[in-house]
Design a protein around this ligand. Structure first.
Ligand code: PSU
Ligand code: MN
Length: 307
């Protein structure tokens, strides 16, 4: 039987109905270069703690599903060359072959739900890729939002995607997209895009109340909480547009496809902005970790009051 290996601190917090925030690991294994990735992962965990929650980074190590990693385990993920990028499709393979795998948003969501964790922080979720009508490249992340009861704090969908098609897809699947203190969809590196967000909430307590209402009414599925990158850390949308265009052309020329697309584009964009995009990426993940911890604390409070 495949079981989940939950870190003692996380288990304790869950038992006591205290706030826990799940964190993904593809961002460590495939989203950023070493050593920035390990530093980011450690500071994100510290940020979650600072805002009153217990961090639970999720990954597969030697085929074991782990919820809550040690420092050494984070270094292993950040340093090893042979880490798989695992969305739901790849999980059983990684487990049955005793592999290391960084879990994407989709795989992390489903493991978090099984562990009893309701709030999860990442950078940007996957979505509908540009030209998806030809490539069919639509991230598993979106289907996971349809299937899994977890709220994910992100800085919108990654700017390399088709943001309006991503919003349409989420609407079809019945997934709320909530703008935290914003009426416009954040575009990952940039705090705003031209796309309207129909639902805006201005406090973690309001977000916790929405979660509680949704799930207690039996509305199955996840929630996207879109939290803009801090203004002083953003890269203007217009500036990113050009860089992304170039990166997409490079990807096409090199025939990059499948699950390599997203890591390739993130690395290309970082190269073309001389690391500025990487800095913005780290800043937005930290910002998401802080909000996720506050939402988890507010939600845990509601749960305790209901008991
Ligand atoms: N956010 C980041 N960096 C990342 C990712 C998200 O700041 O690397 C990862 C997440 O794990 C997300 C994945 O689920 O990219 C999407 O990959 P794809 O487009 O192949 O579904
Ligand atoms: Mn894809």
């Amino acid at each position: 039987m495949t079981s989940i290996d939950i870190h003692e601190d996380v288990l304790q917090a869950l038992k006591e109905n205290k706030a826990v925030v799940a964190l993904e690991s593809t961002i460590i294994s495939h989203g950023m270069p070493y050593p920035d990735n390990v530093e980011m992962a450690k500071s994100v965990e510290a940020m979650v703690r600072k805002h009153g929650a217990v961090p639970a980074t999720i990954a597969v190590l030697d085929g074991k599903v782990k919820v809550g990693l040690t420092h050494d385990e984070i270094v292993t993920l950040g340093k090893s060359q042979n880490v798989l990028k695992a969305s739901k499709r790849d999980l059983a393979y990684a487990i049955s072959h005793n592999l290391h795998a960084g879990t994407t948003v989709s795989a992390t969501m489903l493991i978090a739900e099984r562990a009893g964790i309701k709030v999860f922080a990442t950078g940007g979720i996957g979505g509908v890729h540009r030209n998806a009508e030809k490539t069919f490249d639509i991230s598993r992340d979106l289907e996971e939002f349809a299937d899994t009861n977890v709220a994910v704090v992100c800085a919108g969908a990654k700017a390399i995607l088709d943001l309006s098609l991503t919003m349409e897809y989420l609407e079809t699947k019945g997934v709320e997209v909530v703008g935290y203190k914003t009426d416009k969809l954040p575009a990952f590196y940039s705090s705003e895009s031209e796309i309207d967000i129909p639902q805006r909430l201005d406090a973690p307590e309001e977000i916790a109340a929405l979660m509680k209402t949704k799930w207690s009414f039996g509305l199955h599925g996840g929630i996207v909480i879109a939290n803009p990158v801090p203004k002083d850390k953003e890269i203007a949308y217009d500036k990113m547009r050009e860089v992304i265009h170039e990166a997409l052309a490079d990807a096409e020329q090199e025939g990059v496809h499948g699950k390599e697309v997203t890591p390739y584009l993130l690395a290309k964009v970082s190269e073309k902005t001389q690391g500025a995009s990487l800095k913005a990426n780290i800043a937005l993940v930290l910002n998401n970790a802080a909000l996720a911890a506050r939402v988890a604390a507010a939600y845990a409070k509601l749960e305790r009051e209901a008991k």
